[in-house]
Design a protein around this ligand. Structure first.
Ligand SMILES: NC(=O)c1ccc[n+]([C@@H]2O[C@H](COP(=O)([O-])OP(=O)(O)OC[C@H]3O[C@@H](n4cnc5c(N)ncnc54)[C@H](O)[C@@H]3O)[C@@H](O)[C@H]2O)c1
Length: 505
């Protein structure tokens, strides 16, 4: 790890960046901020000089806003030199390539660079989806080649994945880890596997949301709102796909799925494929899951919400949930005085991976009177209520009205195993557990990468421990039993730790 042997010999003082696009210019900026002299080069004439101008205007704006001194900015800018030929990189200790994301051009570039730089120089690739080993396969010194995967925008996203290929020397990894500390990014060590850490760990959020949309659980804006309010994501999955552009996110979903030999855990959605064909890409085409003209969702019509504020409250309410999930009972009790004794009976069932249909039948209850709820996410803010195909309209209205009368937001979704948040978060924990089991990342690196790279409120393993490993396992096993879909099979690592009562972190 950082500070281990070999670091001083590989200390980076002079670097080159090839590719002066979005990523290359950001990488040059952070390297220069760390005191490294950087040459930046691009095959398009004038592009490197233009990149320096952009860095200069960004940095000078920061100085004008008082975030940094003008002197510091001018020193940083003086360390970046745009050059027009690769030959100028001869004396570099490190060259980072951030050219087009295609294997052949990257392999050719590395072959060329190896003839220019010294034998001890490190050549790093910023690839986000290609194998580092494959990029290094034509190299004469593959031990000096590694992945250095930054996130956009580079100066703001304080994370970098360090990836060793099959032949990468340990001191190369150490040197890149040590360098990251100098520019203030958290380095995480990732195995050379599809999506590395962040693009692998982030699979569940979008694919599970698309699965719910396809199953008709709820419209996009309801799924987004529940995941924001009840689980604490900054942005809902459909908002995020619209921001990234489905032309980018759907191919990433397909690529990771195919690179893992069609493991159902990563299965993308035919819904997304059709939307790409239709040009409903997101903000860039003004229409995606939302219409970016008026902000309204464009999706198959969801269930029509009853005007529940005026609807009759139920006369009798039974809450069926274990003690730890008694929050809804208190909420129900808080509006007991408003209820009339002649109202209907409402049965609220706390779901733990189950759907309402299954729970009602298992418990021998009249399904028309049953509504499920998510006892673990959102009881104090945004309650997810779940109706089965047999739940009567009066029962739906009564449940919504009751929760809203108690001062909470409430959304009624159609039957879904584990409501909305449970299935998304259980799958995030499950995929995170696979990442640790396969030694793609250490537990602390995984959690840090997910918080910093994806902006989730917690890392997958922190989340698993917060909910409780046994409960996460129960949720997954229940969804798996009910759906018979191997997508939901629990990671053995998670199962064993849950059974042994061990923490996931
Ligand atoms: N954009 C992102 O969010 C992001 C995030 C992480 C990693 N990446 C990876 O970073 C790399 C660059 O992505 P980007 O978004 O900056 O692309 P970009 O299109 O903005 O920039 C690429 C630059 O490389 C130049 N270029 C292409 N082939 C070249 C060659 N053979 N020699 C020299 N210059 C060449 C192009 O002229 C262009 O200026 C890709 O591998 C990409 O997968 C991108």
């Amino acid at each position: 790890m950082a500070g281990a042997g070999g670091v001083s010999r590989s200390r980076v003082e002079k670097a080159g960046v090839v590719g002066a696009g979005v990523m290359g210019s950001g990488i040059a900026e952070v390297l220069a901020a760390a005191g490294v002299d950087v040459m930046i080069v691009d095959e398009a004439p004038g592009k490197a000089a233009a990149a320096l101008e952009q860095i200069a205007s960004r940095q000078r704006a920061r100085a004008a806003a008082g975030k940094v001194s003008a002197e510091t900015v001018e020193k940083l800018l003086a360390r970046i030199e745009p050059v027009e030929t690769l030959g100028r990189l001869a004396g570099a200790d490190l060259v980072v390539e951030a050219i087009v994301e295609r294997l052949e051009p990257k392999r050719q570039l590395i072959e060329t660079l190896e003839k220019i730089v010294g034998p001890d120089a490190i050549i790093a690739t910023n690839t986000s989806s290609l194998s580092v080993t494959a990029i290094a396969s034509a190299a004469s010194r593959p031990q000096r080649i590694a992945g250095y995967h930054f996130f956009n925008p580079v100066p703001a996203m304080k994370l970098v994945e360090v990836i060793s290929g099959a032949h990468t020397a340990p001191e190369v990894e150490h040197a890149l880890v040590a360098l990251a500390a100098r520019f203030g990014h958290r380095p995480v060590i990732a195995a050379d596997t599809p999506g590395f850490i962040v693009n692998h760990a982030g699979r569940a959020f979008g694919t599970e949301a698309l699965a719910m949309l396809r199953e008709g659980v709820a419209p996009v804006d309801d799924i987004d709102a529940i995941l924001r309010d009840a689980a604490g994501f900054r942005m809902g999955p459909f908002e995020l796909m619209d921001l990234t552009g489905l032309d980018v996110s759907h191919p990433v979903m397909e690529s990771i799925y195919n690179q893992f030999y069609q493991d159902p855990r990563y299965r993308p959605s035919v819904l997304a494929a059709r939307r790409v064909e239709a040009g409903l890409l997101g903000r860039k085409t003004k229409r995606g899951f939302y219409d970016h003209g008026d902000g309204r969702p464009i999706s198959p019509a969801g269930p029509v919400e009853p005007a529940s504020a005026e609807a009759a409250l139920p006369g009798r309410v039974t809450v069926l949930a274990d003690n730890e999930a008694s929050g809804l009972q208190a909420l129900v009790d808080s509006c007991a005085a408003d209820r009339t004794s002649d109202g209907d009976h409402l049965i609220l069932i706390g779901l733990e991976g189950e759907d309402v249909a299954g729970a009602a039948v298992r418990l021998g209850l009249p399904a028309s009177l049953c509504v499920g709820f998510d006892p673990f996410f959102g009881i104090d803010r945004h309650v997810t209520l779940v109706a089965s195909a047999a739940t009567s309209d009066r029962t739906r209205e009564a449940a919504l009205s009751l929760v809203r009368r108690a001062g909470r937001k409430a959304t009624m979704v159609e039957d879904s195993c584990g409501a909305v948040c449970q299935r998304v978060i259980a799958m995030i924990v499950n995929i995170g557990s696979e990442i640790v089991e396969q030694k793609i990342a250490s537990a602390p690196d995984l959690d840090a990468a997910v918080r910093l790279g994806l902006g989730y409120p917690l890392g997958p393993l922190e989340w698993g421990d917060k909910i409780g490993p046994k409960r996460v396992l129960r949720i997954l096993d229940t969804i798996y039993d009910r759906t018979r879909d191997p997508r939901y099979r629990a990671s053995l690592w998670l199962r064993r730790r849950a059974e042994l009562g061990l923490s996931l972190q």
